[in-house]
Write a protein that binds this ligand. Structure first.
Ligand SMILES: [Zn+2]
Ligand SMILES: [Zn+2]
Length: 342
């Protein structure tokens, strides 16, 4: 099925070169669509120019927290002009994603924008000192006395048939264990989905929480800040538990995404550190499952340290007691994000 999709992609891309007039803000793109694939057309767009379809890029920046929300009832106020606000959003995006801050739509930036990613917005923008990990607004956390226990369960309905439940359970077991090694929180699987603290499921399109999934790639998953516990994976992805057995070019590593989304469940927002689990994007066929120093420092700021945790177990190029690494380009503080439990 996905091979067919790849064959169709050039057709879809050329068709969408025509100006798009979307009737509403909330769209459910056609299934099996590589969201954002045609954003290449914005490469090297010039400030002040009108570029057909640029409004789609503005909506992207609205969605992920880099432009203020437009009036939902008056969608045509979003024009195709590469204006100063969009240029500013580009530079803030580059800062937050740890890219060279050029303020232009260069190839590195376009490539990053097109990358499959988590559906949560990145931290709210604003001036201030450099920061790596981030929390949601108000720093919500699971307020239980340590050592805390959180239960998790899998939705009986939101399952993908091509994965065995045993594989899915093992993937999440490992993902939870990585976080549990760092903080004094235990995670226990329960079959009682309704009363579980963390509710995990695969869902497609509009699934009732106001954050519809978008088909193949684009947004891969999302989760909600404490103490919601909802963790949703886009059923349209080709989820892989073993790339040796899953050859699809658009396969996404379930364990990498699970580990990232559990970070949100615990209260971490997106990090600017590319190597961190909490970095917002993940390439197809990439595997990134180990917590980095940035992830550990973030989650321990919320919950304290697991007494058995050793920093030496974390791969990092910095000493835990040393100064924070500075990339030199993170010259402004990315404020904490919005609360995602709507
Ligand atoms: Zn995320
Ligand atoms: Zn959802």
């Amino acid at each position: 099925m996905h091979h067919l999709l790849l064959l169709l992609l050039p057709l879809l891309t050329s068709a969408s070169r025509f100006p798009l007039h979307e009737p509403t803000v909330v769209m459910t793109p056609p299934d099996n669509n590589h969201t954002w694939a045609d954003f290449d057309r914005f490469l090297h767009a010039q400030r002040g120019a009108e570029v057909p379809g640029m409004s789609e890029l503005k909506k992207y920046f609205v969605r992920f927290g880099y432009l203020p929300t437009f009036n939902a009832t008056n969608d045509d106020t979003i024009d195709d002009i590469y204006d100063a606000r969009l240029a500013y959003a580009v530079s803030i995006y580059q800062t937050k994603l740890g890219l060279p801050v050029t303020g232009t739509l260069d190839s590195v930036t376009i490539s990053s924008i097109k990358s499959p990613r988590c559906g949560l917005p990145d931290s709210a923008v604003g001036p201030g000192p450099a920061r790596r990990f981030a929390f949601f607004d108000g720093q919500p956390r699971w307020a239980r006395p340590a050592p805390a226990t959180l239960t998790y369960a899998f939705s009986p309905d939101g399952v993908v048939r091509y994965l065995s439940m045993n594989d899915v359970r093992a993937v999440f077991r490992r993902a939870f264990d990585r976080w549990a090694a760092a903080i004094p929180v235990r995670f226990i699987e329960t079959r009682d989905y309704v009363s579980a603290d963390v509710k995990i499921g695969f869902f497609s399109g509009d699934h009732g929480d106001g954050k519809p999934f978008d088909g193949v790639l684009g947004v891969l998953a999302h989760a909600f800040s404490p103490d919601s516990g909802r963790l949703h994976l886009d059923m349209a992805e080709t989820w892989a538990v073993d790339f040796g057995n899953e050859k699809s070019l658009v396969a996404v590593d379930l364990e990498s995404v699970a580990t990232h989304e559990i970070g949100h469940v615990l209260g971490l927002a997106h990090s600017s550190v590319k190597e961190a689990i909490m970095y917002p994007s993940l390439s197809p066929r990439a595997k990134k499952v180990d917590l980095r120093l940035d992830d550990v420092e973030g989650v321990q700021a919320l919950y304290g340290s697991n007494p058995n945790f050793r920093f030496s177990s974390i791969e990092s190029d910095t000493s835990p007691s040393g100064p924070s690494p500075s990339s030199g380009i993170l010259d402004r503080r990315m404020g904490t994000g919005e609360v995602h439990d709507s």
